[in-house]
Every structure is written in C-alpha cells, then in structure tokens.
Write a protein of this length. Structure first.
Length: 96
C-alpha cells in the first residue's frame, strides 16, 4: 500500500502578502512557483497601474493560461509528428 505524500508548510509572499502553502513539493519548487507568479503579477500591475488587485490577478491568470495552452498545443503537435514518423518507419519496415 502506498503511503500518502507528506505535505510540508512553506511560507511565500505574493504581492506583499504572506501565504502558507501546504504541498508535497520541495520548498525550493514552491519558491520558484511563487517567484514566477510574483513576476507575472508585477508585470501586469505595471502595465495596468490603475487596475485593482482582482483585475490584475484575473489578467495574470489569463496570460498564464494562454501561455500554458500554447505550449500544450505545441507539445501536442510535436507528439503527433513523432507518432506519424514512427508509423511511417513501421510501414517501411513491414514493406521490406
């Protein structure tokens, strides 16, 4: 039987607010994620200086989600090309 992952509490600060994150990820990984989120939020806040925190957060989430979906589509295309290449190799090998 598999034992449940141990969740550690890690303190992070995002937009000046402290948060406690409970995760089985390493504190270093959590810090990297928090730093990335902070960078993205700060960039949006600087681009939209009159926006409130809620709007900044939503715009940042949209930016991150858009980037994620683009990467996912690119990866899917690469996987599809690799799969097609393998199928062609198998077809050539069977034809011999």
């Amino acid at each position: 039987m598999r034992s449940p992952a141990v969740k550690r509490a890690t303190q992070v600060t995002i937009l000046g607010q402290p948060y406690t994150v409970r995760s089985d990820s390493t504190p270093e990984q959590i810090a990297r994620v928090a730093d990335f989120v902070n960078e993205q939020l700060t960039a949006v806040a600087q681009a939209a200086p009159t926006a409130d925190t809620r709007h900044i957060t939503v715009l940042t989430l949209l930016n991150i989600a858009g980037s994620y979906l683009e990467l996912q589509a690119e990866q899917g295309g690469a996987d599809q090309r690799r799969l097609q290449d393998l199928i062609e190799r198998i077809d050539r090998a069977e034809a011999r």
